[in-house]
Design a protein around this ligand. Structure first.
Ligand code: SF4
Length: 357
C-alpha cells in the first residue's frame, strides 16, 4: 500500500537484507558492529543509509558484498537476498562475478581504491575485461566512453594518465566510471563526496543522480549528512550502533521523524535562518561496541528513556504506517503500557496526531 508521501520509483525489491549480524573479533574484545539489520532496496531507488561514525553503515555495505575482512570480521547471521538468491551462500568465484558487475561500490577516498602504478584506463579496462567478453582494444574504447560520460574532459588522452595526475574530484569520477563500467544494477556509494571540497561534492552527487537515472540503477548512499540525504534519496534508513532504528520515505522521515535519534540528527542540521541556540545536539557519543548498552543501545543518550523498559527489552522494528518503520518503545505495546501505568504523557508531541488518533 502506498502512502501519500511515498516517493520510491518502483515496488520491485532488488536487495533484501534480513537479520544481518557482523562482529569483529579483536584483541581488545568482540566488536558487535552490526547486531540486526533488516533492509530492502527497491529497483531504481536511492536509499540513504545515515548515522554517526561507528553506527555500522560501512560494515553493512561490506557485508552485502561479502568483503568484511576476515579475520577479524565475521558475518554471523542473516541473509542478503539479491535476485532471489542468498549471496551469503554463493561460492567465492560466484560472488566475484556479482561484485563489480551487478553490484559495484565506490569508497570515500578514491586514492585507496586506485592502484598508483597503473593508468586509470588500464584499471577501468581491467574491470570491463573481468566481467565482459571484450578485447583489450574494445575495453579501452569503452573506458574512454564511460570517462567522458562521467565528465572527465579529453578522456581519450586522460585514459593513459596515472591516478596522481588527477585531482581528488576527478579521481572520484574515475572511481564512478569504473563502478559504472559493467552497468551494475546496484551501486553502493560509501561517503563518496566527503573527502572533496564543497563545490566538487555537489558535482559528484549530481553525477551520481544523473547516472542512476541514465543506467536505471539503484543506489545505497552511505553518509552522515542529512542534507545529502535530503538532496539525493527516495528513502532513508537511520542506523544507530548496529541497528536500523527508523526507515521510511524521505518525505515522511523529514516531516515526521519518530525515533528520538532521527529527531536528534534532523535537529542538528544547521539552517541559515535559525539562531545559533536553535541548533540541537545529541548528548553523549556513540557507544563502544565491545560493551554496548543493553537492549535499546540509544538509551543512555535518549531524552525519552523509560527506566526499567528501554534497557531491558529490545524494541522490535515495527511498521507504524505504510512505508515507515521504527524501532522504539514509544510505539510498542510495552512502551504504551509503561506510560499508561505511570500516567506518563511523554508520547504526546512525539507521535503525530494522525497516528496517535
Ligand atoms: Fe529512547 Fe527507549 Fe525509544 Fe530507545 S526505546 S529510543 S531509549 S524511548
Amino acid at each position: 500500500m502506498k502512502s501519500d508521501f511515498m516517493s520510491r520509483p518502483s515496488e520491485e525489491v532488488l536487495l533484501e537484507i534480513n537479520r544481518l549480524k557482523t562482529y569483529f573479533f579483536t584483541e581488545e574484545g568482540v566488536v558487535k558492529a552490526i547486531e540486526s539489520v533488516d533492509l530492502e532496496v527497491y529497483k531504481s531507488e536511492t536509499l540513504g543509509l545515515v548515522g554517526e561514525s561507528g553506527s555500522g553503515k560501512s560494515v553493512t555495505a561490506l557485508s552485502i558484498l561479502g568483503i568484511v575482512p576476515d579475520p577479524p570480521g565475521k558475518i554471523l547471521d542473516g541473509e542478503v537476498i539479491f535476485h532471489g538468491q542468498d549471496l551469503r551462500k554463493l561460492s567465492d568465484s560466484d560472488m566475484r562475478k556479482i561484485r563489480g558487475n551487478q553490484i559495484a561500490m565506490i569508497f570515500q577516498d578514491p586514492m585507496t581504491s586506485l592502484n598508483p602504478v597503473f593508468t586509470v584506463g588500464d584499471q577501468i579496462s581491467e574491470a570491463i575485461i573481468l566481467h565482459q567478453k571484450v578485447t583489450k582494444k574494445e575495453a579501452k574504447e569503452k573506458s574512454i566512453k564511460i570517462m567522458s560520460l562521467v565528465g572527465i574532459p579529453s578522456a581519450d588522452e586522460r585514459v593513459d594518465n596515472y591516478p596522481f595526475e588527477f585531482s581528488g574530484g576527478m579521481r572520484q569520477r574515475v572511481m564512478i566510471a569504473m563502478a559504472l563500467s559493467c552497468n551494475p544494477e546496484l551501486l553502493i556509494a560509501d561517503e563518496p563526496s566527503t573527502s572533496l571540497d564543497v563545490t566538487i561534492q555537489a558535482q559528484i552527487l549530481e553525477l551520481l543522480k544523473a547516472t542512476s537515472e541514465e543506467f536505471d540503477m539503484s543506489i545505497i548512499l552511505i553518509t552522515h549528512d542529512m542534507g545529502v540525504i535530503a538532496e539525493m534519496c527516495d528513502r532513508v534508513a537511520v542506523m544507530y550502533a548496529g541497528f536500523i532504528c527508523e526507515i521510511g520515505d524521505i518525505m515522511i522521515i523529514f516531516k515526521s521523524p519518530y525515533h528520538p535519534y532521527t529527531r536528534g540528527l534532523l535537529g542538528a542540521i544547521p539552517r541559515p535562518d535559525a539562531a545559533r541556540d536553535d541548533l540541537q545536539i545529541i548528548r553523549g557519543a556513540i557507544p563502544n561496541l565491545i560493551n554496548p548498552p543493553s537492549a535499546c543501545r540509544f538509551h543512555p543518550r535518549c531524552d525519552y528513556y523509560m527506566l526499567g523498559l528501554c534497557e531491558n527489552i529490545l524494541p522490535e522494528l515495527v511498521e507504524i504506517e505504510p512505508g515507515h518503520s521504527v524501532r522504539c518503545h514509544l510505539y510498542t505495546d510495552e512502551g504504551k503500557a509503561w506510560m499508561a501505568e505511570r500516567g506518563d504523557k511523554r508520547v504526546i508531541g512525539t507521535i503525530p496526531k494522525s497516528i496517535a488518533g
